[in-house]
Design a binder for this molecule. Sequence first.
Ligand code: SF4
Ligand code: FES
Length: 393
Amino acid sequence: MTAQPKPDLVTVNIDGKEIAVPKGTNVIEAARLVSVDVPHFCYHPKLTVVGNCRMCLIEMGMPAVDPATKAPIMDPATGKQKINWIPRPQIGCGTNVSPGLHVRTTTQMVKDAREGVMEFLLINHPLDCPICDQAGECMLQEQATGYGRGYSRFIEQKNVKPKRTQLGPRVMLDDERCILCSRCIRFSKEVAKDDVLGFIDRGSYSTLTCYPGKELKNNYSLNTVDICPVGALTSTDFRFKMRVWFLKQTNSIDPESSVGANTVVWSREGVIYRITPRRNDAVNDTWMTDSGRALYKHVQSPDRLTAVKVNGADSTLDTAINAAAEIFVPMAGQPPLPSSVPAAAPSRNSSSPGNSPPRSRPPPISSAGWGRATSSCSPPTAIRMSAAPSSPA
Ligand code: SF4
Ligand code: FES
């Protein structure tokens, strides 16, 4: 195995904290490393940077040098190199670190900029948080609380835009909530390679829509719901089913995915309500398929076997496993075992024992460690998390 080359590091200063970060890191990610939050909407670490929401505004400066000699210009008050601060705020998502970069995120200029952006974003956004399906996981709500003005000066009529537009079989759009961040458009184009979404009209009439004759129906369409920072895109399957704060999150793996996409299973009182992707950059980034998300329906399917039966009669798991062995051992070319399970189905191959030498009967298979055998539906994690079955050998 060859050693990975170390990335080039550059030292930057964020809110007075020095940190060395890999070259090419943007200010949002660099700040995250020193636990400084730079609020943002349109930026997503797995999509291209467009810089259209302006929420990530920061103050930025570079160490001052003499233009002629390139010698550092010192600040006599501090004894340190002077910093030339840019007089206007800059976007953190579109600014990559460079040696000596200084960033300030807590100044009055940054605070005013964030409040201004939040005020514009909320002008036409409906204030229906109590009935919005995104409540509890809405970036707009969180950032309005953390960085907004706290009150509205808007007394005009809000824009009215289309409600409940079906963009595809699994995704619904409430257009008046859209803040035009374009995350969903970029995801469809760059990741799903299914360029079906775009904006039409201008200014405050801009509207997200599918191109004529197209639908958002690829097998990755629900990732747009995950990355929509507001409640504009919702899953037709999950919307208005359950408040997210009631749900328990259990880390799991998508059994349908050949790479083992990392997932989170959202459940309440043993009932699964949705499955979403869990970030793992080495496996599935932050994405997963729509078909993998729908697997939870099989767990609660009315035709799922939830009780142990042998020949249609209620039984125990041990008895059922031994009954199954009675069938499968002769099918594998072995002579039939002397049956000790009266309720077991007769072996379909019992009349053709084959030429294999007789062998001794293995001990009964125990169900210990297989999880609960109940008459009610239990999440798949109940089985996955339990120990492996004891060996029949
Ligand atoms: S629907 Fe959501 S993700 Fe798409 S542009 Fe609007 S706010 Fe952004
Ligand atoms: S995150 Fe939207 S402009 Fe930077």
